[in-house]
Write a protein that binds this ligand. Structure first.
Ligand code: AQP
Length: 344
């Protein structure tokens, strides 16, 4: 038995969906739907690894769903769904909790960053977050996972977990009909393009993030044109003109970030941006970037608003997606149980 190519990725409904999420992940989702079977998940189980206000969570789930659709993902052609509506995610995560090793998780930098100095107070879920992420992907035997650079380490862990499962259960995997001994394919990360790590507009050394206390650090998918222009105008930069080659962006994190954002929005390389804008001062480059950002983001924001005006329709799309996701996940979960030795 071999595995067909399948794409899986997720976005957390934690509010403040931003340009980093869009350029690092969602635009890739849109492109892949032309060539692959894709599952795009609103990962609410992941979201609750840090406190989420129950009164806001449903709205945030709908916001990510609306962003997927407004960005161009077709929910009829591909599967858009909500993680907690397919029970296999939590079930498989438990099995994988028993495959992954403490030592592996202890090396995860995202846990260290998010738990900070208050490790003892972090939820257990935040620590085992990468096992749930491995379950998300492996539950569908997904082969490709488009993500931003920050998820690279988690993807490597998912590959290690898949491999350990295949080795630990080699005999029963073969008995289950997988002659080559591969039940879980090792997923390939897809981390490409000029904006795999969009940085904060206030600090070129920090990732643009939903949880940054400064609103000015990020452009959100619901910002209006004036707000986008203001945030770009106020973005931190250095005093020099743009270089004409990418080598000149080394040691200039803020310039590098703005050029990367421009390139990704325009769908060209950083080299191409510098061919056109090399030598320009930020006083001329920033308005050009603002115009481009408004041109790309505003129609999505408008469409999101329209979709959000009909929450029942969004809920129906998620329900339909969950039903379709379940039909792929269920046989894989059943096989997993058989391989582990549970009574079916
Ligand atoms: N700054 C970024 N640049 C490029 N890609 C990014 N992603 C996140 N930030 C950037 C990618 O977006 C996808 C969804 O991310 P997520 O919702 O799972 O959450 P996250 O990685 O924890 O994102 P945030 O926004 O940075 O949240 P907080 O503030 O909670 O840490 C992923 O593919 C991610 O790589």
């Amino acid at each position: 038995m071999t595995h067909q190519e399948r794409v899986f990725s997720g976005v957390q409904p934690t509010g403040n969906l931003h340009l980093g999420n869009y350029l690092g992940a969602i635009t890739k989702f849109v492109a892949l739907q032309e060539s692959h079977e894709c599952l795009y998940c609103v990962v609410d189980l992941h979201a609750i690894t840090v406190w989420q206000d129950p009164k806001e969570l449903a709205g945030n789930i709908r916001e990510v769903t609306a962003a997927f659709i407004a960005s161009g993902i077709d929910p009829k052609k591909q599967i858009i769904f909500n993680q907690s509506q397919v029970s296999g995610h939590a079930e498989l995560a438990w099995v994988l909790n028993c495959v992954a090793r403490m030592g592996w998780l202890n090396r995860m930098t995202q846990f260290k960053e998010k738990a900070g100095k208050h490790k003892e107070n972090a939820s257990v879920g935040l620590f085992t977050y990468p096992n749930l992420m491995a379950a998300d992907i492996l539950l569908y035997h997904a082969t490709h996972v488009p993500v931003g650079e920050d998820q690279k380490q988690h993807l490597e862990l998912a590959r290690d977990i898949a491999q350990k499962f295949n080795v630990d259960f080699a005999d029963t995997i073969k008995e289950a009909g997988f002659e080559e001994g591969i039940f879980f394919p090792q997923p390939e990360p897809l981390i490409q393009g000029p904006a795999t790590r969009v940085m904060s507009l206030r600090d070129g050394s920090k990732k643009m993030s939903k949880s940054d206390p400064s609103e000015m650090s990020r452009i959100t998918m619901t910002d209006d044109a004036d707000t986008i222009a203001k945030k770009i105008r106020k973005a931190k930069t250095d005093p020099d003109a743009l270089p004409s080659e990418t080598d000149g962006l080394k040691d200039r994190p803020e310039a590098n970030n703005l050029v990367g954002i421009y390139a990704a929005l325009k769908g060209v390389s950083k080299e191409d941006v510098l061919k056109d804008h090399g030598g320009a001062q930020f006083s001329t480059f920033k308005p050009a970037l603002a115009e481009l950002a408004v041109e790309k983001v505003s129609p999505i924001a408008d469409e999101m608003q329209k979709l959000l005006n009909d929450p029942a329709e969004l809920d129906a799309i998620l329900k339909d997606g969950a039903n379709r996701a379940y039909t792929i996940a269920d046989p894989i979960m059943k096989k997993t149980k058989e391989i582990v030795g549970f009574i079916g």
